[in-house]
Design a protein around this ligand. Sequence first.
Ligand SMILES: Cc1cc2nc3c(=O)[nH]c(=O)nc-3n(C[C@H](O)[C@H](O)[C@H](O)COP(=O)(O)OP(=O)(O)OC[C@H]3O[C@@H](n4cnc5c(N)ncnc54)[C@H](O)[C@@H]3O)c2cc1C
Length: 560
Amino acid sequence: MFVPAIKGQGTEEQQKKWLPLAYKFQIIGCYAQTELGHGSNVQGLETTATFDPMTDEFVIHSPTLTSSKWWPGGLGKASTHAVVYARLITEGKDYGIHGFIVQLRSLEDHSPLPGVTLGDIGGKFGSGAYNSMDNGVLRFDHVRIPRDQMLMRLSQVTREGKYVQSDVPKQLLYGTMVYVRQSIVADASKALSRAVCIAVRYSAIRKQFGSQDGGPETQVLNYRTQQSRLFPLLASAYAFRFVGDWLNWLYTDVTQKLEVKDYSTLQEAHACTAGLKAVTTSATADAIEECRKLCGGHGYLNSSGLPELFAVYVPACTYEGDNVVLLLQVARILMKTVSQLTSGKQPVGTMAYMGKVQHLMQSKCAVKTAEDWLNPAFIQEAFEARALRMAVNCAQNIGQASNQEEGFYERSPDLLEAAVAHIQLIIVTKFIEKVHQDIPGHGVKEQLQNLCNVYALYTLHKHLGDFLATGSLTPKQGALANEQLGKLYAQVRPNAVALVDAFNYTDHYLGSVLGRYDGNVYPALYEEAWKDPLNETVVPEGYHEYLRPLLKQQLKLSRL
Ligand SMILES: Cc1cc2nc3c(=O)[nH]c(=O)nc-3n(C[C@H](O)[C@H](O)[C@H](O)COP(=O)(O)OP(=O)(O)OC[C@H]3O[C@@H](n4cnc5c(N)ncnc54)[C@H](O)[C@@H]3O)c2cc1C
């Protein structure tokens, strides 16, 4: 984040000076935005950067306890520098939040510079690997930095202290966010596919019940309930992979457009990356926990790899924007787009479907049989109608409130759901587009087609209330979708293990006894248990101090 912040907000001169130092680790940088008192509400940050024209410096200061920087990764122990976000004050006026490059530690002996107080904020969720990250606390006591360490691409302060806005549009900031969030979506697919790989492989090994007259027991992967919980997650891992690839393309496209000063798709790209970050990270965090349950008791062992995967992954729902806050931003853009529909302004990119408002508000789904749900056109239109109608309903309800803001506030739970519907439409659309492309490998396309249908129909089934409430489907059509879903699970089953093997994860990367490629789970679990430090002694430490006196006392009592 230190590097993308300088790339996005630094002038060419600043990039030339700072980026090579960061790339070569001659300095170590972190991104210090969040404070003890404010995170989501960036405008509420309290750290100040006051320009002193006498010395041509900014004075960075933490005026209150709640203005302490809190959470930045790498800040506590490792970083020598930070991009610090602070309120810019010059000529007695507060110009709001701006970024500044601030040196925190000596490059000679790593001690904090005068006026800088910093440290680690303490242990975090679980005992997992995230605790090796030194998320930090930072306070400034009137620390002076040269004027040219303000990131000056979007606005500058002159030698005389005049605040000048450059002609580069503010939306340029979105470019950095699109970059960071597209990499989070790609990571969601990686984390989810790891969990699913473990759960599918183990479900093929694990057997419970079903043995009659000494016959074999049933692999738990053959239980319909196991399939209906697990296969949608397998399908989601693929869905997030494809939407992540597409986001990567989008980032390149946005960057190329920015170079020729075309900002037309920037806001839409921002909405779609923010929304995809929120939906994919929330779904992945829930899915890792579901995979743990799908592995029964052994899933709770650290050696399953799932507890650590969950603990390390779950803050993705919070960092780089709390998911609810991000979805509300998406909802704002959706409401703006709906309000512009009557003026004839055509929505672009992933919002283009909203331009079909006349048709989608009245269309009737033509599905008559379960097999009809295999037609991507029916799926696509059902998701479009649901998303658009939810957005239009919200806009109408907001319109009835005494003012826009009040209406938005009152309707925010519905807006959240409308934003999720819009984002799920994007994921379904990108999956459908993917399976329409040429895909090498015998039979691979058919497998991906099945997974695409599983993802779409499972999402439809889970959110059936939305489809029914908006009149996008009838209850009968909803039931047919569920019927088709059951048939699809049966088709996925024979290839389920191959579909996770296709992720091509080594045992080392997977880090799971349950997800071993060779399926040799029980001997490995048994062996792993003996590595526990508690097993270094046969009679445990503390026996003489605590257990023995207790046991001896009970013995005496029983003899009485
Ligand atoms: C592991 C980790 C690493 C991090 N790394 C960094 C880093 O490197 N640098 C950095 O600067 N920060 C970092 N952060 C901080 C992170 O960016 C913030 O925690 C995050 O943006 C959420 O902000 P918050 O903590 O203020 O949550 P809050 O906004 O206080 O959220 C609390 C609750 O309020 C709700 N809420 C807030 N606003 C609204 C609203 N308008 N409408 C409805 N509901 C709302 C939220 O949904 C949530 O349920 C990190 C955090 C974590 C957990």
